[in-house]
Design a protein around this ligand. Sequence first.
Ligand code: TXA
Ligand code: MG
Length: 313
Amino acid sequence: MSDDAPKKGDSPEKAAKALRAGHLVILPTETVYGLAADASNPDAVVKIFEAKGRPRFNPLIAHVRDLAAAESIAVFDERARALAKAFWPGPLTIVAPIRDSGRVCDLARGGLDSVAIRVPAHEKARAVISAFDGAVVAPSANRSGRPSPTTFADAIEETGASTSAAVDGGPCREGVESTVVSVLGDQVALLRPGTITREQIEVVVGPLAANTAEGHRSPGRLTLHYAPDAPVRINATKAKDGEILLGFGEGIGDPRWSLSTSGNLREAAANLFRLLREADRTKPVGIAISPIPVTGLGEAINDRLNRAAGFVG
Ligand code: TXA
Ligand code: MG
């Protein structure tokens, strides 16, 4: 971290001022910490790609105040509106056709004619967006390919040095990134599983598109992602020599390293990236992870684990 990087939390007003001046900001959300910039300012947005080492073709999510703000930027059909009404504010990102390309610049959209947009629920994220009074693009605040930060300290460690303000919102409640859906096709498609589950979305818009080509249209779905330095071994029942086992369920491994001793998926999601980071810091031979059921929120957890382990999603 450089000397002028923020070490303790700044106010939402200071963050909004930094955004207006074209600087980067650490933004807490209910999912993970974000590295935020003014969505309309390409000189600011380019700094995000530089700080993260992120490929330029990978588009960012625009965070806005409410549905009306979203509809001024993107074209929402009935399905998009129904999803927004059901899940906003909250961890659902909707990919829809762009309406006003000045508000979320080409670079932020990876040159696409669509835009990913969400209304975060975290009070401090909302305060920053309101004070800024515009769209804020924010990828997870990790350097590209690393686990997303879910605490203020982890966000500062990852990309704090590139920012001129950082808002401390405490530990992230959800712990994995938002669910991303696309309304570009005839059927709504799930581009990235998250804490809002497939089942919850299907209640609102009916069956989702089969996991085929559409899923691969999300340019950010790089294979090796969310990865700590130590190799990750999934569906493990026991730790091998020198490995740390992140357990799931009662009596599995050391409770200090358990994702959830009671086998609760919400708790496991909230602990996932923090425990991966803490385990990694002890420089183990490897990190082994107990099997996690693939139902409900387990789909998102398994998605992140498969990528951390280097498997194609
Ligand atoms: O929870 C979250 O979504 C966090 C917090 C900070 O809001 N943000 C986040 O952003 O996870 P990021 O940049 O790490 O992930 C954005 C995902 C990527 O997989 C990207 O490819 C996809 O959204 N995406 C963005 N725009 C898209 C578009 N127009 N079409 C398809 N996928 C898009
Ligand atoms: Mg990310």
